[in-house]
Design a protein. Structure first.
Length: 304
């Protein structure tokens, strides 16, 4: 699996960095002096030897548009999801960022990427992070990979079919006139399916709160189905945001709003997952609320 992931990367490897490492599986953080070269993608953290880490793609990889899909134990969804994404538009590559799935999700992705009989295999890329590091950093790692390989459009979506790949063409088309396009549950034509009353109240309340406190000019502030222009990602520095979970969604919107980005929405139907277990938890919700109120207080204090 690791070797297959490496074959998707084009890196200029510094031999002096490779030979100095003594451990690569202990989860050290490059930002905190953990010993990994800053330029090394997290997808290579779990490789054992210098020779493995030094492997590079024989042909340069060029991506026009990419879909970033964070995964954690999505074995029952991932095959059909990747097929749906690749069928949606021939320009799309898919970048799966896996947080140490124990159900074989990464194995399925690797097999699809290695399938020499499939004309779409070369459009599938896997970043294996080896352990749970959080939704936000998974999206950021996938975006970095896409930008490093030339992507002008980067999309993000969930792996559980809450976001229908059939909606991808609508986001891509809308992006011709906008810097950021959101697949929205709360514009005319949008909605949810198989949601209980408690979830509807929680989601609607969170959106109203974020929109009101931060003054965001969109209806769906917490939706994770988005299409970004490269220029906006670079302008707003969203890859530097340090949060673990879904607070990333309204924090990025806040930066886009203050950067006067053109933000559009297209209606989608958000369906509850059929397979697997939801990653939403009380801790993630509380973190999002804490970040939201801290940001609101900062805005209030600075009179922004």
């Amino acid at each position: 699996m690791a070797e297959a992931a490496v074959e998707t990367l084009e890196l200029k490897v510094k031999q002096e960095d490779l030979t100095s490492w003594s451990a690569v599986r202990d989860g050290r953080d490059t930002a905190n002096g953990g010993g990994y070269p800053a330029w090394l993608p997290p997808s290579l953290y779990d490789l054992n030897t210098a020779s493995e880490r030094a492997k590079v793609a024989t042909q340069p990889l060029t991506i026009e548009a990419a879909v970033v899909v964070p995964t954690l134990n999505e074995h029952d969804n991932i095959t059909a999801l990747l097929q749906g994404i690749l069928a949606a538009d021939p320009r799309l590559h898919v970048i799966v960022v896996d947080d140490g799935s124990s159900d074989g999700t990464d194995t399925v992705v690797t097999q699809m990427a290695d399938d020499k009989a499939s004309p779409d295999a070369a459009r599938i890329h896997l970043i294996e992070r080896g352990r749970k590091m959080g939704y936000a950093s998974a999206v950021q790692d996938g975006m970095r990979f896409a930008l490093e390989h030339g992507a002008q459009l980067v999309l993000q979506m969930d792996a559980d079919f809450s976001h229908d790949p059939k909606s991808l063409p609508a986001l891509l088309q809308k992006s011709e006139n906008y810097d950021l396009v959101i697949g929205s549950r709360y514009v005319p034509g949008g909605g949810t399916r198989n949601w209980g009353l408690d979830r509807k109240i929680l989601s609607g309340g969170a959106n109203t709160l974020a929109r009101t406190l931060l003054g965001l000019p969109v209806r769906d502030c917490t939706g994770g189905f988005r299409c970004w222009r490269r220029s906006l990602i670079e302008k707003t520095n969203i890859l530097d945001i340090k949060v673990e979970g879904y607070a990333f969604l309204f924090l990025t919107l806040d930066r886009c709003h203050h950067a006067k980005a053109r933000i559009g929405e297209v209606p989608i139907i958000f369906a509850d997952r059929q397979f697997g277990k939801s990653k939403m938890s009380r801790r993630i919700i509380l973190e999002a609320m804490r970040v939201l109120f801290n940001l609101w207080r900062k805005r209030l204090w600075n009179h922004e």
